[in-house]
Design a protein around this ligand. Structure first.
Ligand SMILES: Cc1cc2nc3c(=O)[nH]c(=O)nc-3n(C[C@H](O)[C@H](O)[C@H](O)COP(=O)(O)OP(=O)(O)OC[C@H]3O[C@@H](n4cnc5c(N)ncnc54)[C@H](O)[C@@H]3O)c2cc1C
Length: 518
């Protein structure tokens, strides 16, 4: 009898674990996925031929292993210049072209190389990001504000806040108060739902590490074609990979291959309980079917969990110790609503009259709730059914307990249209179709009981055959590549009979870049 691995969740981490098990071991994975789709947070919703992501997903990794894994599933587009390189085993290597590269016009299974463009919308104007103190920026800011920015930056240089405790102080020390108020405060507070004063400075240090006025100004002189871009601050990445039909295409293809290789994916099953023995083994999970309510027990030799740690701890049987349960209960998340608007006409234009080239735009305007806009035409033209229309995703960061979360779809669409009109971007009458997608637990946050999270890690590490992987699975603010690396490392550990989980928890401790930040 082959050994069985029960994998909870068919997002990037669960699918990577299943794929790696099938390729490198005799263990057969069975994935239990609560929804009806593949990709988790990195899925792509196909709405009448218009595809929308849960936030745009850049495919970029400093890990050569991940970069080549992606390109093995979806080959790179053939139109990329010859000198494009990716990193390989700590060195850079040219992407092999023959037999791999695909014409993005003809082929569907293809990874595009995209140029990143993102700007900040403030005072109803677009500012380049990273902020360049160009003539255009200065003209838009006006003389008075420019002087205030300069003076407050000088002040911050001369009199930095010594005991930097919160994110506001972190930003002020690096940019000065005025620039912080202009370009960072509103967006950051929308994302986290907290005043910057209440977010720890350490959080900022981890998230926007290395970004400073000097780097912001100097990076424009550093053109790069190295896809791995190891030496470029990731907040300043210029290029990324993107599947022709969005990130979901990657995970649908991986899911297809997992089934082809002999794995199983069962949809509609929500894992509610995890059975454990007193001597540190997991024996089974119990899952409920969404349609029938049936409860079924799935036994296995190994268990990989990408479900939220909060739910996993709450579902332990026998129950986890009281103190561990308390920490699990106290873990917090930020939730997310995206509204797709199909627009006949938009006012967001380049000076040439074309649609703006931005992939996404940060909304720094405090009078609207929307935090960020995605323009899916610019991620991949194939994301839009009719290229004459503009397919925009408005992103609202919120908590499930907020009144915003319980608004009806119609109300959300009205709000999105009203805000686009208020921002002077799209008239309500120009919106011909719309969709609302709510995603709970999009951001595991480092507030609440998170300070005591190591106690959970210590307790959970005792289970030899249980691997916590991925983003919510480890309560880590991981991107796809880090989520995948945790899955790959867990399989490495099985293959090499490594029992410690230290290498798993150590991944991403020096968090290089994240999607919510600039
Ligand atoms: C707005 C936004 C933008 C992002 N942008 C980027 C980006 O630009 N680049 C990038 O690389 N990454 C980005 N990410 C991060 C990326 O989406 C995640 O790192 C990745 O999806 C995590 O993979 P995962 O498998 O760990 O978890 P998930 O994607 O969350 O998948 C977990 C799966 O488990 C299922 N599940 C949960 N509980 C249960 C249960 N009890 N039983 C059964 N199934 C269950 C869920 O339905 C889901 O399918 C972004 C994320 C967000 C929210």
């Amino acid at each position: 009898m082959p050994k069985i691995a029960v994998v909870i969740g068919a997002g990037p981490a669960g699918l990577t674990a299943a794929y790696e098990l099938l390729k490198r071991t005799d263990i057969v994975p069975i994935i239990l996925e609560q929804s009806q789709y593949l990709g988790g947070l990195a899925r792509t919703v196909n709405y009448k031929g218009n595809r929308i992501d849960i936030g745009g997903h850049r495919f970029f990794s400093k890990s050569a292993r991940v970069m080549s894994w992606w390109l093995n599933i979806l080959p790179l587009e053939a139109t990329v210049a010859d000198e494009v390189q990716i990193a390989y085993q700590g060195k850079t290597a040219t992407v092999p072209r023959q037999g791999r590269a695909q014409d993005p016009q003809g082929a569907d299974k293809v990874m595009l190389l995209r140029h990143r463009k993102s700007r900040i919308y403030f005072m109803r104007q677009l500012f380049s990001y990273p902020i360049t103190l160009s003539a255009d920026t200065l003209r838009k800011l006006g003389l008075l504000r420019t002087i205030r920015i300069g003076l407050s930056y000088l002040y911050a240089l001369l009199f930095p806040i010594r005991d930097e405790r919160n994110l506001e102080q972190f930003f002020i020390n690096r940019f000065g108060r005025e620039l912080y108020m202009t370009f960072f405060k509103s967006y950051t507070e929308k994302v986290w739902g907290l005043p910057c004063k209440e977010i720890s400075a350490e959080w900022g240090a981890q998230r926007v590490k290395g970004l400073s006025i000097l780097k912001t100004l100097t990076h424009i002189f550093r053109a790069k074609t190295d896809l791995a871009q190891k030496d470029v601050e990731t907040s300043l990445i210029e290029q990324f990979l993107y599947p022709k039909f969005g990130p979901g295409q990657m995970w649908e293809e991986v899911g297809r291959q997992v089934c082809e290789l002999g794995g199983e994916i069962l949809f509609g099953w929500t894992v509610e309980r995890m059975e454990r023995t007193a001597d540190g083994r997991i024996t089974a999970v119990v899952a409920r079917h969404a349609d029938t309510g049936e409860l079924r027990r799935f036994v296995g030799d190994y268990f990989f969990s990408t479900m939220p740690v909060k739910d996993l701890i709450a579902g332990m049987q026998p129950a986890a110790p009281q103190s561990v349960r308390e920490i699990g209960d106290g873990l917090l998340y930020r939730d997310f609503i995206t509204v797709g608007l199909l627009c006949e006409k938009v006012k967001l234009r380049e000076p040439s009259g074309e649609l703006v080239k931005d992939n996404w735009i940060y909304i720094q305007e405090p009078d609207v709730l929307v935090g960020r806009l995605q323009i899916f035409n610019n991620w991949s033209p194939a994301m839009v059914a009719d290229p004459s229309k503009t397919w925009i995703g408005l992103e609202y960061f919120c908590n499930e307990s907020d009144p915003l979360w319980s608004k009806s779809d119609a109300e959300m669409i009205e709000l999105a249209k009203a805000e686009m009109a208020a921002l002077n971007m799209v008239n309500g009458s120009e919106v011909s179709d719309a969709i609302v997608i709510r995603m709970p637990k999009t951001y595991p946050v480092y507030f609440g009981s998170y300070g005591r999270f190591p106690e959970i890690v210590q307790w959970i590490n005792r289970f030899d055959n249980l691997f916590l992987i991925g983003r919510n699975g480890m309560h880590k603010y991981n991107n796809q590549d880090h989520s995948m690396l945790t899955a790959m490392t867990a399989v490495d550990n099985i293959v090499s009979n490594i029992r410690s989980r230290d290498n798993l928890w150590a991944l991403n401790t020096e968090s290089e870049y994240h999607e919510g930040e600039r």
